[in-house]
Ligand binder design. Structure first.
Ligand code: NAG
Ligand code: NAG
Ligand code: NAG
Ligand code: NAG
Length: 371
């Protein structure tokens, strides 16, 4: 009788301990769960367009706004920067790395969680500010499943920091381990994560062997077709330069008639054993552009179509033309590696703390008893 009771007692305790474990999620997991139930409203400041955050799409550098709220042209800037005149205070630049595997992209996706939401939640907890006061803006709206090593974002606070190391450590403590803030630095008011960008570098990884490396499965696309890299290189050269990439864009819900003319500065095909890395740097990219360019290169690499198909498809400026040959390459091979900025906007403001790259800890050996 006693044995049975004890057995029952043990299994009950086990059950409750299990429940307790399920309940006691780390704060990081809690962020993930909260963001899962949330869809973001659209409308972050877009140059020249009215939005709830930046009511007047004017230039922040010269503050050249009329009494009636319309904007004056500043010939010295090629992109318009939204004004943040109602947001007094301090602007901060973040460099963020993430494994995009379990996220619905940076923002604006129909199925949460998004990385922006998770970073915002951590900022809300770390700064004790409200979401609407943080004005977090990311440079690139990476798609579902796409990774980043060098995503850049900015946010504002009404207060200054003496040092950025504590908030840096706090944010990484709050964030799930697949999202890391690599760097926090003060930013001048005219810095804008999206509009100050001069170029972006993306890498697309292809694992080109019969059997997939299981450690690469989240970060490289597996091609079982032997790819001819010399024809891929030849084809990639046709992307370089200033072109109308209308044939390589997929319609997106959020894009407000983007300019289809983009400049590709380089497109390298690099072999590292079975791993093939396509590295592309451009002035900017349209929705799905990189994955569509890669998809065509994959078909060319299989020798299904010749490399000179690239200029022909570009010339049509018709997305349906590309669809005859290739679909988008899968997202998990893609990584936003770095973003280059207008140097003038990267200068550090006066009276602000230095950039935090995180802190490493050192053991003071003389304090250890066995030394
Ligand atoms: C706004 O003011 C500018 C001059 O400051 C004027 O040229 C423009 O017509 C005004 N716009 C409206 C809508 O009143
Ligand atoms: C643009 O730059 C020129 C030369 O640097 C300067 O003289 C001029 O005032 C600037 N214009 C504005 C609107 O800032
Ligand atoms: C790749 O394609 C080029 C051009 O068609 C050809 O000369 C070369 O032999 C191919 N390389 C391989 C490894 O098949
Ligand atoms: C992208 O656009 C092409 C052509 O309109 C279409 O065939 C394809 O299904 C689209 N892909 C996605 C993922 O929307």
């Amino acid at each position: 009788m006693l044995r049975v009771t004890r057995k029952k007692f043990l299994s009950f305790s086990f059950f409750f301990v299990l429940l307790w474990f399920v309940y006691l999620k780390t704060e990081a997991d809690q962020l993930f769960v909260e963001c899962k139930g949330r869809i973001f409203e659209m409308g972050y400041g877009v140059a020249g367009l009215a939005s709830p955050l930046y009511p007047n799409g004017c230039l922040s550098s010269t503050n050249n706004q009329n009494a009636n709220g319309s904007c004056l042209e500043d010939p010295n800037y090629t992109v318009k920067l939204p004004i943040v005149d109602d947001v007094p205070g301090f602007k901060w630049r973040l460099v963020i790395a993430y494994d995009g595997t379990r996220y619905s992209g940076w923002q604006f996706q129909t199925s949460p969680p998004t990385i922006q939401c998770i970073v915002e939640k951590a900022l809300i907890q770390g700064t004790k500010l409200e979401r609407k006061d943080l004005h977090l803006v990311g440079a690139s709206r990476t798609d579902t499943g796409v990774h980043a090593w060098g995503q850049v974002a900015h946010f504002v606070t009404p207060f200054n920091y003496d040092s950025l190391e504590s908030i840096h450590a706090a944010l990484n403590g709050l964030l799930p381990s697949d999202i890391r803030i690599r760097e926090i630095s003060p930013a001048v008011p005219e810095f804008h994560a999206r509009f100050s960008a001069k170029s972006k570098v993306y890498h697309y990884k292809i694992y080109n062997d019969a059997v997939m490396d299981p450690f690469q499965r989240h970060y490289a696309h597996h091609s079982i077709y032997k790819l001819n890299t010399s024809v891929m290189r030849e084809a990639a050269k046709h992307y370089i330069g200033k072109h109308d990439f209308s044939a390589f864009v997929n319609a997106s819900r959020n894009d407000r008639v983007p300019d289809p003319v983009k400049t590709i500065f380089r497109f390298d095909v690099i072999e590292m054993g079975a791993l093939l890395q396509l590295e592309v740097e451009g002035s900017g990219f349209l929705y799905r552009q990189v994955r569509n360019m890669v998809a065509l290169l994959l078909q060319i690499g299989k020798e299904a179509i010749p490399p000179d198909i690239v200029p022909k498809i570009l010339a049509t400026r018709d997305r349906k033309e590309l669809a005859k040959y290739a679909l988008s390459a899968p997202p998990h091979g893609l990584c936003l590696v770095s973003i280059k900025y207008n140097e003038e906007h990267l200068r550090l403001p006066a009276g602000c703390p230095t950039t935090s790259f995180g802190r490493t800890h050192t053991v003071s050996k003389c304090k250890l008893p066995f030394y």
